[in-house]
Design a protein. Structure first.
Length: 395
């Protein structure tokens, strides 16, 4: 049977309601009243906690949890809110009989808009025992709650004081929270967690791969483009090999090819997607291989032959697909044609791709099909392509 108080005074009903709203569910006189319930009731009613305890006793609630220290003389609603726990709807009070966990401190801080250090100090003043002894951040951060969760899909656990955090967790948490990995690592260390490395200021630049309309940071499954490593080495004066070692320590996959100690003059051009010597940098495609269009465009920009470009990029860890057939010289017409084909050398080129290339370049489908075949693309043998040019684009 649900318990119902046998008194009707609104103030008393508010005091013994579990959610402090004067409605069921009610506290049962046979069960212990949580310490935090007393604090919050005192704050809501503007009374001293000892007065709340006395009134509860008069109503038959004699078993009241206590911290062992004197009751605070007064409690403000802001401080009492710290003891609510993560689920204010279910009224999950923080248990004064147990040390306060890192999760509870962080959630209390986020819930009340405080810094974790301030939340810990106020909880201590209210009679709670903090589970950790190290310093906590003096600035608030709403990301703290999810930073200390090992898996945000519901199967993880909450990190506790002194736990060791993997480099992969730092990258995964930063990616999920849309912040820089260095900022995540610095905050985790400030929260008293142990990392497999000491965060360094230079990590911020090293882990920022591209900056376009927003920063693009290294993720848990990402690998560092070689151009990025060489660019950071050029900016900072650090050895590329040292940067690669640092990336591995930070949990990021290093470039696959050789990392030149002294890059050649046009390496930055070859390694940039826009062939301008700047990021975004060329990434390895382990399935489709190096794009033919990039090779031919790089040859035109640098004055190298396509073969020379390919040899250098192969030395740097990039490779053409085995089906690719390099022309002896680069031609602007080939580059324009390849701009219309979004297929790799491992994929079949179908009729619609040929027709699109013909439409956008003004060449005949037969000419497009013939040229793509010469460059190593696979086209179905049974298709007969018309040798008729369409209207030039823009006509």
């Amino acid at each position: 049977m649900p318990y119902t108080p046998d008194f009707q005074d609104p103030d008393d009903l508010l005091l013994v309601s579990r959610n402090l709203d004067g409605r069921r569910p009610w506290l049962r006189p046979t069960r212990q009243v949580p310490y935090a319930h007393v604090l919050y009731a005192a704050a809501v009613r503007g009374r001293a906690p000892v007065a709340v305890v006395a009134r509860l006793a008069a109503l038959g609630y004699t078993d009241v949890q206590h911290s062992g220290a004197p009751w605070p003389e007064s409690v403000g609603i802001e401080d009492a809110a710290l003891a609510k726990g993560p689920d204010s709807f279910a009224r999950q009070w923080i248990d004064v009989g147990e040390p306060v966990s890192l999760r509870q401190v962080v959630e209390a801080a986020v819930h009340t808009g405080r810094a974790p250090a301030d939340a810990a100090r106020r909880l201590t003043a209210l009679g709670f025992r903090i589970g950790g002894s190290g310093p906590l951040p003096e600035t608030p951060n709403p990301r703290d709650v999810m930073l200390i969760r090992t898996d945000r899909r519901g199967d993880g656990r909450w990190l506790e004081w002194g736990d060791e955090v993997s480099a992969a967790h730092v990258l995964e948490a930063a990616e999920y929270l849309a912040c820089g990995p260095h900022a995540a690592a610095t905050r985790l260390a400030a929260l008293g967690l142990r990392l497999p490395y000491t965060p360094e200021p230079g990590d911020e630049r090293l882990l920022t791969f591209d900056v376009t309309y927003r920063a693009h940071y290294a993720g848990r499954w990402s690998s560092a483009p070689l151009g990025h490593v060489l660019a950071v080495a050029r900016e900072t004066g650090r050895r590329p090999r040292d940067l690669v070692d640092r990336l591995r320590l930070l949990g990021v996959e290093a470039p696959a090819g050789s990392v030149p100690e002294f890059p050649q003059d046009d390496d930055f051009v070859l390694l940039s997607e826009g062939l301008d010597g700047c990021g975004p940098w060329l990434r390895r495609n382990t399935v489709g291989g190096l794009g033919m269009r990039h090779v031919l465009s790089a040859a035109l920009v640098t004055g190298r032959s396509p073969a020379s470009v390919t040899v250098r990029l192969t030395e740097l860890g990039y490779r053409l697909h085995e089906n690719a057939k390099l022309p002896e010289t680069a031609d602007e017409a080939d580059v324009r044609l390849l701009e219309t084909v979004d297929r790799s050398h491992r994929d079949d080129v179908h009729l619609e791709h040929v027709l699109r290339g013909a439409s956008l370049t003004g060449r005949s489908p037969a000419d497009v099909a013939s040229r793509l075949t010469a460059l190593g693309y696979r086209l179905p043998d049974e298709v007969r392509y018309p040798d008729v040019r369409g209207a030039p684009p823009g006509s």
